[in-house]
Design a protein around this ligand. Structure first.
Ligand code: ZN
Length: 121
């Protein structure tokens, strides 16, 4: 089986590649783009917002990532930060805190596209 790990920025799966043969242990990001993006305060706030929002909901309830985003950013900027919110959600999946659902089914965060919902594990 090919070794894998999770990108520390976008939370997507990184699959082992030949070019990483000698430095696999140090690989932390899936791409140059993810490596360049420095973690911002908002990234942490988003993870927190997702967890605290879920904590206020009944067990098994789901939220949309944009609901967490709304607690941090004005309505008209929501769209600009949507991918950031999804990245935060993926990192939380990697931490085993939440799961991502699409049409009621748990899905792989690396490949999920469309209107995802988040649920506490
Ligand atoms: Zn990445």
């Amino acid at each position: 089986m090919t070794p894998t790990k999770i990108c520390q920025r976008c939370g997507r799966l990184i699959e082992w590649r030949k070019k990483w043969e000698s430095c696999w242990d140090e690989v932390r990001f899936c791409s140059a783009r993810c490596r360049r993006q420095k973690p911002s305060k908002m990234d942490q706030q988003l993870e927190q917002a997702i967890l605290s929002l879920l904590a206020t909901r009944p067990r098994g309830a789901t939220i949309c990532p944009s609901e967490a985003l709304q607690t941090l950013t004005p309505e008209k900027q929501l769209h600009d930060h949507m991918e950031q919110a999804r990245q935060a959600a993926r990192r939380l999946v990697a931490q085993g805190q939440i799961e991502i659902l699409l049409e009621g089914q748990t899905v792989d965060p690396s490949t999920a596209k469309g209107p995802i919902r988040l649920r506490k594990v």
